[in-house]
Design a binder for this molecule. Structure first.
Ligand code: NAP
Length: 517
């Protein structure tokens, strides 16, 4: 590929969700315009574009679940719905002049590091290109997971995943099975329950569900936030600070979370009067071990006469009949899988081949690990946004994304200082040391000790997704790239001719840019 004419960019960003768009904004603000954002679909938004299921909303308050550099005084609710979040991301794209960088229908099919050229050779659905640096912002919630259920192919009715909602299929009057009790399922259940004839919830593990303090944001508040930006900042600061104070209970003193369980049980008691149903819905693990869910509508929906909870997983399908692990049989017309995503087995990892000729999936066969959540060993100039151990249990992922973007910006600065034809490769010893520290700290967290299985843990039972600290700490440890943790790779002088891509000129970004969604 080095011999042929190809597009070359300084940076290729993969994905145009919060991570990819955030990277694009920060690159431009740093004066880097020679970059593209490769997107497999035909619009931006990532998981907030794909998830359109009824009731889809964010369970993190919008004033915190948004970019610090793109505040939005117009958020309609404390917890805004998917259409508003998607529209916010479209506005970020326009406001920050990102359109010229977007390459839609450009799914990355494979990527290989060239040890000779010190660049990434990328094959995409819209053609090949090379890039000095790749920012992988594919996100952990991008590839839906449907469990391999024996006989599923014999089911004659409709089957779809929560992230691939079929809006042409009308659930009205149908017998529907909802599989799963995660954050997606608990939003779907109350949204579809009034319309369906019968709803059967397959609950392998009951969730801890707390009240959701949702309300409309009043016109007066919006006016104040628009006219006096300090009020908006104060609101965000308060939302952030309250969550930071909770972190030590998750990471160091899980027993303190017992008090919250009382709230959860009470929340259920108020809506579910049937003691048998309450017993089915009561979790037997520490709250916080799995992601805590927020809903005022979930328990009331489960108490409705057209809803049945099967307290077991879906084991098998025989024609129209769904067989639970408890042996129960339920006839349905449609099956909705709320069974989550490929979080710990990141699909892009199979497509990326590093400096040692192995794929990232092979490198990570014993579990994902990257220096400061960003750099895997043997994958030079390849940075992940929402990489290993950057997930949160109780706060906004946008804070973690922005910390990783700080790291990206410093990485680009370091490359500039080092000069042309340079790449950085994380030292395996530094990656291992970082991972050892994380895993040591993980030992006492609620995710590891709370007595549950969750998507925080990989197939080996190792927590490769969560960050065992505060967002402030993560921000601090990702403020700067420590060059001692990297090997500096240098390329010989001559380089083949390349055809530069058109980049948008100038940064033109104002820190206080307002984005109305
Ligand atoms: P999820 O949290 O991974 O939940 C998957 C569910 O499927 C679990 O309840 C799991 O049971 C169940 N399951 C898997 N196989 C099953 C089987 N054979 N039979 C019955 N149940 C089965 O997926 P999700 O709800 O889509 O959430 C994914 C991610 O998106 C999470 O990070 C979530 O927090 C995030 N999300 C966030 C929001 C938000 O408001 N910010 C909204 C939606 C989703 P077990 O518990 O027994 O494994």
């Amino acid at each position: 590929m080095g011999e042929r004419k190809h597009k070359h960019v300084r940076v290729a960003v993969i994905g145009s969700g919060f991570g990819g768009l955030g990277a694009a904004v920060r690159l431009r603000r740093q004066g880097i315009t020679d970059f593209v954002v490769l997107e497999r679909a035909d619009s931006v938004g990532g998981t907030w574009r794909d998830n359109t299921y009824p009731g889809c909303a964010c369970d993190v308050p919008s004033h915190l679940y948004s970019f610090s550099f793109a505040p939005n005084a117009e958020w309609p609710r404390n917890f805004s719905g998917q259409p508003h979040i998607r529209s916010y991301l479209e506005h970020v794209t326009d406001t920050f002049g990102l359109r010229p960088h977007l390459r839609f229908q450009s799914e990355v099919q494979s990527m290989r590091w060239s040890n000779e050229e010190l660049w990434w050779e990328i094959e995409t659905a819209s053609g090949p290109l090379t890039a000095d640096v790749v920012v992988s912002a594919t996100g952990p919630l991008s590839d839906p997971k449907i469990p391999a259920i024996p006989g599923l192919d014999t089911f004659p009715g409709k089957v779809f995943h929560s992230a691939q909602w079929d809006h042409d299929y009308d659930l009205t009057g149908k017998r529907v099975a909802m599989i799963g009790t995660g954050a997606s399922a608990i939003q779907i259940v109350p949204a579809i329950q009034p319309d369906v004839e019968q709803l059967t919830l397959f609950q392998r593990t009951p969730a801890w569900v707390l009240p959701r303090a949702d309300r409309k944001i009043s016109a007066a508040e919006k006016w104040l936030h628009a006219k006096v930006p300090a009020t908006r900042a104060a609101r965000r600061g308060l939302l952030w600070g309250l969550r930071e104070l909770q972190v030590s209970a998750f990471t160091k003193r899980p027993n303190e979370l017992g008090m919250i369980e009382f709230l959860g049980r009470n929340h259920m008691k108020r809506a579910v009067k049937d003691p048998q149903l309450r017993a089915k819905l009561t979790p037997d693990y520490r709250i916080g071990c799995k992601r805590i869910l927020l809903s005022n509508a979930y328990y009331p929906a489960l108490a409705e006469p057209n809803v049945d909870v099967v307290a077991s997983g879906l084991k098998e399908v025989r024609g129209n009949t769904l067989i639970g692990s408890d042996g129960s049989e339920t006839e349905v017309d449609a099956v909705v899988f709320g069974t989550g995503f490929h979080v710990t087995d990141m699909p892009i990892a199979h497509r990326v081949t590093g400096a040692h000729g192995m794929t990232l999936a092979e490198e990570w066969k014993d579990g994902m690990e990257s220096l400061r959540g960003a750099s895997a060993a043997h994958f030079p100039n390849f940075l992940t946004i929402i990489g290993p151990n950057t997930g949160l249990g109780n706060s906004s992922m946008i804070l973690m994304i922005e910390a990783q973007l700080n790291y990206l910006c410093d990485y680009m600065r370091q490359l500039d200082v080092l000069g042309d034809r340079i790449a950085l490769s994380a030292r395996p010893a530094a990656v291992q040391e970082w991972t050892r520290t994380i895993q040591r700290r993980m030992q006492r967290t609620v995710w590891n000790t709370g007595g549950c299985d969750s998507w925080y843990l990989d197939a080996n039972g190792r927590n490769t997704t969560a960050w065992p600290g505060t967002t402030a700490e993560f921000k601090k440890v990702t403020r700067q790239v420590d060059l001692a943790e990297y090997e500096v790779l240098r390329r010989p002088a001559a380089a083949p001719s390349t055809e530069p891509t058109a980049g948008a000129a100038g940064t033109g970004i104002d820190d206080s840019t307002e984005v109305a969604a």
